[in-house]
Design a protein around this ligand. Structure first.
Ligand SMILES: *[C@@H]1O[C@H](CO)[C@@H](O)[C@H](O)[C@H]1NC(C)=O
Ligand SMILES: *[C@@H]1O[C@H](CO)[C@@H](O)[C@H](O)[C@H]1NC(C)=O
Ligand SMILES: *[C@@H]1O[C@H](CO)[C@@H](O)[C@H](O)[C@H]1NC(C)=O
Ligand SMILES: *[C@@H]1O[C@H](CO)[C@@H](O)[C@H](O)[C@H]1NC(C)=O
Length: 360
């Protein structure tokens, strides 16, 4: 009898320990429709005096900063002047989750950010107070949180496609989908000058590889949460647009005038309300073989009027800094994980294939 009780206690202790070590940290992600900017909401300040602030998600920024006037009471645990403003520390509150759902507020932890003056906010949606740094650098927000809670250095994003749905920003191991996890594919991450890139082996449209000068793909593709539509070097853009146009015409669409920043737009005509024109796949190195990151439907096109859709990619010119920058329209409704413990990125199937989305 005593033995059994011990066993039960032992088992439940293990369960409790497992739960703690797999604690998940989650903050919501919102899309500001007019600007197509994605932000997360963090509570700064501890206890009763915390203020929610909206911060733009930026994979390319090292320094988290905001207009500190948006905070009711700044503890200013430490403050020292810097050219851009003051660097301060305050506590932030985030949620722990289980099976993908927020369950409770985690004990608040301190993080360091910078107070910048209003002019740095230029171009941002009025409701956004600053920027949350998600770079692979030494001190971005996600790394500060991971080290404050002593969890594995990785984070995952699920960007919602419309403004009223809340998406997900997990720090540590994600639990998206709960007991029905979506399949994820791994590819090595390349970290270069504070940017996240993936190597590109080829680009396919409807299963056929685009004919491209291999040097165009050499630099790989950068991932961005601030570029709204994927930007492609001219030759890559043209090859994609050509294949896409052929397919669009085949299914009864007719080409119409461009709609800035988009160059290829189509009257839906006889095709009906059909966003599923072409499937694009980016070939990436996997575990000893090529893996494919698939884009289709709403990730490929954007509706600009009742009857017109456009190819949702932008021509970046002949000599852009990067031949491919994957933007947010293409990242919506995927779960993307940046794992700095293994330097790998994991991407899900398009969530639409599983009848789910990033919006809850
Ligand atoms: C703020 O965070 C620190 C650790 O980072 C913690 O020790 C402290 O208790 C927190 N303050 C409050 C009021 O929660
Ligand atoms: C961020 O820091 C890295 C080094 O950790 C540096 O290479 C990169 O240029 C920095 N990025 C910006 C935008 O300052
Ligand atoms: C390209 O890189 C240069 C130098 O790093 C930078 O000044 C410029 O703003 C970049 N252009 C774009 C479009 O990002
Ligand atoms: C998604 O829903 C469609 C119909 O609404 C159904 O045919 C399909 O099997 C579903 N797919 C999954 C993966 O549940």
């Amino acid at each position: 009898m005593g033995g059994l009780t011990h066993l039960i206690v032992f088992v439940s202790m293990c369960a409790a320990i497992t739960l703690i070590s797999e604690a998940q940290y989650l903050i919501p992600v919102t899309k500001d429709e007019p600007t197509k900017q994605f932000y997360t909401t963090v509570n700064i300040g501890a206890g009763g005096m915390s203020s929610p602030v909206n911060l733009l998600l930026d994979l390319g920024t090292n320094l988290t900063w905001l207009n500190c006037r948006k905070i009711r009471l700044l503890s200013s645990l430490r403050a020292w002047p810097r050219p851009t403003g003051r660097v301060v520390q305050d506590n932030t509150t985030i949620f722990t989750t289980q099976s993908g759902k927020p369950i409770s507020i985690a004990p608040s932890r301190r993080f360091t950010f910078s107070c910048a003056v209003e002019k740095y906010r230029q171009g941002m949606a009025p409701r956004i107070a600053g920027v949350v740094a998600l770079s692979p650098g030494e001190f971005p927000f996600w790394r500060q949180i991971a080290s404050a809670y002593n969890i594995i250095p990785k984070f995952a994003l699920c960007l919602p496609s419309y403004g009223r749905g809340l998406g997900y920003f997990y720090i540590g191991t994600h639990s998206f989908g709960g007991s029905n996890p979506v399949p994820m594919t791994l590819t090595p991450l390349k970290i270069d000058s504070g940017k996240y890139l993936v190597s590109v082996t080829s680009i396919y449209v409807d299963g056929v590889s685009l004919t491209l000068d291999p040097s165009l793909l050499e630099g790989g593709a950068q991932l961005s949460t601030v570029v709204p539509y994927t930007v492609l070097q001219t030759d890559i853009y043209n090859a994609l647009a050509q294949s896409f146009t052929l397919k669009a015409k085949k299914i009864g669409m007719s080409e119409t005038t461009g709609h800035a920043p988009f160059k290829h737009c189509f009257e839906e005509g006889a095709s009906g309300k059909n966003m599923d024109v072409s499937v694009m796949e980016i070939g990436l190195p996997g575990n000893g073989r090529e893996v494919k990151w698939r884009f289709q439907g709403a990730n490929m096109v954007v509706r600009v009027s009742e009857t017109v859709i456009c190819l949702a990619f932008v021509d970046g010119g002949k000599k852009p800094n990067e031949s491919m920058v994957v933007g947010t329209h293409q990242l919506e409704n995927y779960l993307i994980e940046f794992d700095l413990s293994t330097t790998r990125m994991a991407f899900s199937d398009p969530l639409v294939l599983h009848n789910i989305s990033c919006a809850k």
